[in-house]
Ligand binder design. Sequence first.
Ligand code: AMP
Length: 364
Amino acid sequence: MVTDKILPPGSTIGILGGGQLGRMTAQAAARLGYRCIVFAPEEHSVAADVAAGHVRGAYDDTAALARFAAQVDVITYEFENVPEAAVAECLRHRPVRPGVKPIHVAQHRLREKEFFRSLGIGTADYQPIRSAADVAAATALPGILKTCTEGYDGKGQARVATRDELAAAWEKLGRRECILEALVDFQGEVSAIVARGLDGTARCFPIGLNHHSDGILRTTNVPSNLPTRTLATAERFGVELAQGLDLVGLVALEMFVTRDGRVLANEMAPRPHNSGHWTIDACATSQFEQLVRAICGLPLGSVDVLAASRMENLIGDEAADWQRYLEDPTARLHLYGKGTARPGRKMGHVTFVTPLWAAPTSTT
Ligand code: AMP
């Protein structure tokens, strides 16, 4: 049914943020005949490189945000640390999907964990650390101390085994508001990426098995080869989160699978997720296309898996190996067009897919 809520191809999508997730969203949108305009503070952004337009401005520049909003039909964001006030400002002019609530929850680790628990989604034991008294009374040890705000990819965290180590780590983090999470002895990490449409229909991509090192995602394997019951729980948690947030768009929920088979939520991101990049090459609908479909009011696409895949991030100078990947017939190379390969910077990814049928090599 066509309603006035549907934004047909030809409409313009505004993206807050200029990184690779915005870039891949713009690429998927273009495929379906949409235009994208990127709002980003930097002069050069890898998302704007592939978009129809770029509005440059600071996230607290209300005039620039209004100018941006006036040029688009719907607005989304590609990173969850976009200031809440910027999203609220955009919302005065245009629909913002997934909205304010998902970033309000995602931007604060304690709020996020409390929200998971309120929905019946399991988490590791955790405690707020806001004072020396909290440190002295801490029991979630050994654990990981994390700042409540502004931490990502393992930044703003410390592993602590004793209260003394906790006290020292909290000092080092500037006595900021923190959460102490009990260390989870996991057999694997998984993520559920769930799209929810304007009509409230939710669909979860098949669960991928993730491997991190130094707090950064390194690989995602699909299928994960975990037991069906574990996968069903992970999927249910993801869908309950999307419904609980009442979001229109995408949300990724990262979870631990403990050695005794429990599923515990770690964190969420209301946007496309690095662990969903495999969907571009090995799923009937990519996570980026699914986001476009959801926020434009289109039916959600099939999440059928087309091939077994393994996604590897290319971090720092690993992207210099691009020639090797081009020579590998099972490799699908994605480079983000970032200039300098700093250590820890995500420069691209490669997805290895298992071909069903390999074409004979040409001899000419
Ligand atoms: P985060 O910044 O919360 O995404 O954490 C980054 C990575 O650190 C996770 O993907 C895990 O590999 C590890 N990690 C975080 N929290 C815990 C925990 N409570 N127990 C064990 N490992 C953790």
